[in-house]
Each structure stands twice: as C-alpha cells, then as structure tokens.
Design a protein around this ligand. Structure first.
Ligand code: GAR
Length: 217
C-alpha cells in the first residue's frame, strides 16, 4: 500500500515549508489561474514554483509571469525529438525542486519513461466523468453519446490515456440544447472548484492510495 500521508518527520518539515508544485499547461491556463488564486488564498497546502508549457505563446505562461512564478517554454521545434523535449522538461522541473506535478490542460501524453523517471505524484484533470470519454474532445464525445450527466475528474497519471487512479470527480448536468461550448463552460466551472481542492489534498498528505483506490483521509 502506498500511503501519501507524510510521516512525522515530513510533517514537521511541512510545518516549515510547503510542498513545491509544478504545473504543465499547453494553452489558455484557466485551471492554472484557479490554482494561482487558491495558492494566494493559502488554500493549496503548497506553493506554485514552476509553470512549463510546450507552446511559447500559451496564455498560461503569461498568467505565470503575472503571478511571479518561474516559467519556461519547451516547444517541440527547439528539440530533435519528443524524448529530448521531455528530458529538458524533466531536468527543469528537477532544478525547480518540484515535488508534485500538476497537468492543467497539458495536451501531450507523457511517455512511460518520463513517468517512471519523475518519481513524484503527477496529477491531471480531464473534462469528463472517467472512465467515460477518455482522450480528446471529451465534451463532444459526451454530447454525441447522449449522456445526461457529465463532469470532470482529477486523477493520478499513469502510463495509459486518462486511465490513472481517480482522486475526485464533480458531476454537472447535460442540458437540452447544450452545445460543445456551453457544456465545456459548465464543466470548466466545476474544474476550477475541484482541481485546487484535490491538489490541496495531495499536497497536504491527505490522500491514501491502494492500487486504483484513492481515499481522502
Ligand atoms: C480543460 O477543460 C481540461 O480539463 C482539458 O483542457 C482544458 C484546459 O483548459 N484537459 C484535457 O482535455 C486533458 N485531457 P485551461 O487551459 O483553461 O485550463
């Protein structure tokens, strides 16, 4: 059983210093902004110490700049391969001494090697109630399937696609006449509530994990 609640020694440490949280985001960064706001209110049990992106022009990087968080762009065009790009991201996260990695709209699937090497918890948020509608365009998939309830899921990242152990979920209704945009906006509001809360649980050592089963302590 892997227990993410930290022991007495680590607990004493957490009283002195907060968990160092890094974020990877590819675009708009509204979830990053929700994390920044929770952090500023002291609700994250951690501090945001690094924001990386695979897109130089990502709004997420501007949000990090405004919040005074060290940030870096790692566009694929600067590297000879995806492997080299991931190596650079990993090296930089280590330099920033990141202890939890949070994916917030990071639209790349991280390789098995990256996930094995990083050796810290990696979290993701996905805009559906997993395991339904994994992968891209989850809101479109939900509408096309005709479900009446959708939502968002925060999960640990494993080597599969949106398949890691589930930490938290929030449901939202799918309403008659919903479009991809209207459903996405409703789910996004839930994401902005759920992600800072779930990251705070992990950063605060309030999560126990036994295989696929994640329990909030
Ligand atoms: C969010 O809806 C997030 O759940 C989704 O991308 C959006 C990013 O928005 N992520 C995925 O689909 C990952 N599979 P944001 O950049 O405004 O946070």
């Amino acid at each position: 059983m892997l227990c993410l609640r930290r022991g007495k020694r680590a607990k004493r440490r957490s009283e002195l210093s907060l968990m160092r949280i890094g974020v990877l985001a590819s675009g708009r960064g509204s979830n990053l902004q929700a994390l920044i706001e929770a952090w500023k209110l002291g609700e994250l049990n951690g501090e945001l110490v690094a924001v990386g992106s695979d897109h130089e022009e990502a709004l997420a990087l501007k949000r990090a700049e405004e919040a005074g968080i060290p940030h870096g762009a790692f566009p694929l065009s600067r590297f000879s391969s995806r492997q080299e790009q991931e190596k650079a991201i990993l090296t930089w996260l280590r330099e920033q001494k990141v202890e939890i990695l949070v994916l917030a709209g990071f639209m790349r699937v991280l390789s098995k090697e990256f996930l094995q090497d990083i050796q810290i918890p990696v979290l993701n948020i996905h805009p559906s109630l997993l395991p339904s509608f994994q992968g891209l365009h989850a809101q479109r998939q939900a509408l096309d399937y005709g479900v009446k309830i959708s939502g968002c899921t925060v999960h640990f990242v494993d080597e599969g696609l949106d398949s890691g152990p589930i930490i938290a979920q929030e449901a939202v209704p799918v309403l008659p006449g919903d479009t991809e945009d209207s459903l996405s906006a409703r789910i996004l509001e839930a994401e902005h509530r759920l992600y800072p809360e779930a990251v705070g649980w992990v950063a605060g050592g309030r999560i126990k994990r036994n295989g696929r089963i994640v329990v909030k302590l």
